[in-house]
Design a protein around this ligand. Structure first.
Ligand code: ASP
Length: 307
């Protein structure tokens, strides 16, 4: 599997290019950061598997929200990425998770932050969006909404014991964007946050416009230092560039350049427009990205390493 991935590995990720126009599309990232060399192929393996999971949901008649949730849930469950089961613990060794799901066409979202005892915050975020009068729950009371979600049968309880502690060796946050053949868009983000964060710390990932953004025209999902991503509202900025006529690859690059100039920090971003042009950029060491466009066999997997 890893061999297959490495064969399709492109090291030109930082070079601007205009993609083909083709729908449906799913683009997935496994986090931008200081990846250990030996973990990069693992990150690439899991983003490609996640993209296949989401694309399969779409091919089986699922909505963009179904596909985005399934893709993200796979990454939360795989234990190899900084989300769900594999999330990085806080300073006290406890997992406190942040996640968001966005329905671009309805300009709607659900978010959850600093929640413990929940392995799949992405499903909880979707429940918040679809079944409550609110958009965002945080902290211990978010778990009460999770219990309500399970009691109502919206999702089944997670399999096995929920990890509240972890010795995660994993790298970064996960996120995806899905556009179906009618141009409907959904985006996600899910994370355990930055290393050794203080209990209660919340990053950009559940913040609409910062960790991700989607509307009926385009979407973006970000990763990197949340404290700095929030300062420039990175995902909304990149989508605004796309709305102004810049192609998603150049918009992603422009967003990362702007971010670096204003904050001196590191981040990564993926972006797509409603007709299937996509982009990605990072100024961190690496960011595993997988894209499936049109049909399952059109898969591209990139590590975004500097050439
Ligand atoms: N953006 C995430 C946060 O600050 C971390 C990451 O993407 O690695 O919580």
């Amino acid at each position: 599997m890893i061999k297959e991935i490495l064969l399709s590995l492109s090291r030109n990720a930082k070079i601007t290019q205009v993609s083909r126009i083709l729908l449906p599309i799913i683009i997935v990232h496994g986090g931008a950061g200081d990846w250990k060399d030996e973990r990069i192929p693992i990150g690439m393996e899991y983003v490609s598997k996640a993209a296949k999971v989401g694309f399969t949901t779409l091919m089986n008649g699922g909505s963009v929200l179904d596909a985005a949730e399934d893709c993200t849930l796979f990454m939360e469950n795989c234990g190899e990425l900084n989300a769900g089961k594999g999330a990085r613990p806080n300073e006290d060794g406890i997992l406190e998770l942040d996640a968001m799901i966005i329905d671009g066409n309805n300009l709607d979202f659900g978010s959850v932050a600093a929640v413990s005892g929940v392995q799949n915050p992405i499903s909880l975020a979707r429940y918040i969006m679809e079944k409550t009068d609110y958009k965002f729950f945080a902290g211990p009371n978010a778990k009460r909404i999770y219990d309500e979600m399970i009691a109502k049968g919206y999702r089944r309880a997670e399999h096995g014991s929920i990890r509240e502690q972890s010795n995660s060796r994993t790298a970064d946050t996960v996120g995806c964007i899905v556009v179906d053949s009618l141009g409907r868009i959904a985006a996600t983000s899910s994370t355990g946050g930055i290393s050794k964060k203080k209990p209660g710390r919340i990053g950009d990932s559940p913040i609409m416009g910062s960790g991700a953004y989607a509307n009926s025209q385009c979407a973006a999902s970000a990763t990197g230092y949340g404290e700095h991503i929030m300062r420039v509202v990175l995902s909304r900025m990149v989508t605004l560039y796309i709305e102004e006529g810049i192609n998603p690859m150049s918009a992603a690059r422009k967003g990362i350049d702007m971010f670096e100039k204003k904050t001196g920090s590191e981040a990564g971003i993926i972006a797509v427009d409603a007709v299937g042009n996509f982009g990605y950029a990072t100024n961190a060491k690496a960011m595993p990205v997988a894209i499936i466009q049109g049909e399952m066999k059109n898969i591209t997997i990139i590590d975004c390493l500097e050439k």
